[in-house]
Unconditional design. Sequence first.
Length: 165
Amino acid sequence: MTDGPPQPRAFTDYDASLRVAWEEEIEGEAYFLRLAEAHDGRAAEALTLLAEIEAVTARALAPALRRRCVPMADLDALRARGRAAAEPLAGMAWPDLAAWMAENFAPFIAEFEALEALGPPEDAEALRVATDHERAAVAFAAAEAAGDPDSFRPLRDFLAQTAAP
Ligand SMILES: [Fe+2]
C-alpha cells in the first residue's frame, strides 16, 4: 500500500481514453447516488449534485463517442460497477468523505486536461465540459472539507453553465 492520492494515469490513445472517461462518468453517477443513499441533509444534497454533474458530463461526451464509432459498454453493468465502488466508502462520516474526495479526485483534473490535449477540435467543447466538471468537484470537496458554507457554488455554477439550452 502507498500513501497519498493516486497519480494521474497516462493516456495516449484518444478513442480508448474517451471511452474510459465516458464510462467513468456513468459509473460516477451511480457511485454518488449510492453514497447519497448513505447520508441525509447537506451531504445527501451534495452527493446528489455530484451525481448530476457526472450525468451531465456523460451526456456531453456521448456525441464524441458516437461520432468516432467508439463502442459504449452496457449501462447497467457500468452502474453496478459504480455502486460497488462506492460501497467501501458508504460508512464514512461526511467531513471525512469530503476530505477524501478533495485529495483523491484532484489527479483526475490532470487526466482530463491531457484528454483535452489529445482530442480533435470537434470534441473540444465536450472535453472542456469534462475538465470543468472535475475542477468543480474538487473545488467543492476542498471547500466543503474546509467548512466553507458556500462550498456548493462550484457545482451549481457548473450545472448552470452546462444546462441544456
Ligand atoms: Fe466525473
